[in-house]
Design a protein around this ligand. Structure first.
Ligand code: CAA
Length: 286
């Protein structure tokens, strides 16, 4: 059975990308944000991304209209009542995610509905046990930019049912056409467990004055053929998200390699969060 109606909580970089990709694949989406100005920003983000698709001839104007018409915007959890799945993509904070899942548990009527988290690093079990249906909860972790990157990590907790795992896998692979990898429920899963220590090492290198951000990034782009260097990637992910993921992983493993360096903390405190604030390791306002 395929999914026809899905809820997405959070209209930031990840939530709007997830909504767009689902709508592109014919699924009706209800996107929830906390207030109408944030919803407008999410709608504008999706519009801009679809325009990119039109410009690069991936979709035409009529497909763009059809995709947009499948997405409705709300500030109410109660609008999720008929959803067959809800994907949470709010900011990386355990207490906020737990509160969100309690709301989903209260409002989603279908007892078979899957409640998925796009968390990058918070163990799924911590969220699942806060609901009355932990067997329906799993992690579905997408990658930024969601319309471009093919991967989804599927993370069952110890109590996720086999049925939920198989339905979530079929959804991501067959309905969205993503490549699915499965990870055990450990903070960071597969990709961030490898990526975050790499990015943090680059930040420590810049902090120590070992090399400039430009030269560190050029080293990895030109020397290893990465599409972008680690500091440009941190700016793309968001420095606040990078720090939150690092903190979750440090809490889980107690390994110094996951500890956020002071330079990252200071930049986050200053509101230099990367592309989304136009300032991070690079200046995007110019
Ligand atoms: N929406 C739709 N299409 C987009 C897009 C978007 N937001 N961004 C880029 N594209 C498309 C472009 O239209 C273009 O398509 P064509 O080649 O068909 O014209 C293609 O993607 C390439 O884009 P650009 O030419 O503009 O730029 P680029 O070649 O420099 O690529 C990039 C940009 C896709 C971001 C590339 O640099 C990249 O893949 N970087 C690595 C990103 C990465 O590692 N992401 C993972 C982050 S970790 C994460 O997300 C998870 C976490 O938990 C922290």
């Amino acid at each position: 059975m395929s999914f026809e109606q899905i809820g997405v909580v959070g209209g930031g970089l990840m939530g709007s990308g997830i909504a767009e990709v689902c709508a592109k694949n014919g699924i009706k989406i209800i996107l929830r944000e906390t207030d109408s100005s944030v919803l407008e920003a999410a709608a504008a983000r999706i519009e801009k991304s679809l325009d990119r698709g039109v410009k690069s001839n991936k979709i035409d104007e009529s497909q763009k209209e059809a995709i947009s018409s499948r997405i409705t915007y709300t500030t109410e959890y109660s609008d999720f009542k008929d959803c067959q799945m809800v994907i949470e993509a709010i900011y990386e904070n355990e207490a906020a995610k737990i509160e969100c899942f309690r709301e989903l548990d209260n409002h989603v009527v279908d007892s078979q509905a899957i409640l998925a988290s796009n968390t990058s690093s918070i163990p799924i079990m911590k969220i699942a046990i806060e609901t009355n249906r932990p067997e329906n909860v799993c992690g579905l972790h997408f990658f930024n930019p969601v319309p471009v990157l093919d991967l989804v990590e599927l993370i069952p907790s110890l109590v996720t049912s086999k049925e939920t795992i198989e339905r979530a896998h079929t959804f991501a692979a067959n309905q969205l056409g993503k490549i699915v990898v499965r990870s055990q429920d450990r903070a960071g899963f597969i990709v961030n467990a490898l990526l975050i220590p790499y990015i943090l090492s680059a930040i420590r290198m810049a902090e120590a004055g070992f090399a400039t951000p430009e030269d560190i990034d050029a080293g990895m782009v030109k020397g290893c053929n990465h599409p972008m260097g680690p500091l440009a990637l941190a700016d793309l992910i968001g420095l606040d998200t990078t720090m939150s993921v690092a903190i979750s992983m440090y809490e889980e493993f107690n390994e110094p390699l996951y500890a956020p360096p002071p330079m990252l903390r200071r930049m986050v405190e200053a509101g230099h969060l990367g592309r989304k604030t136009q300032r991070g390791f690079y200046d995007y306002a110019r």
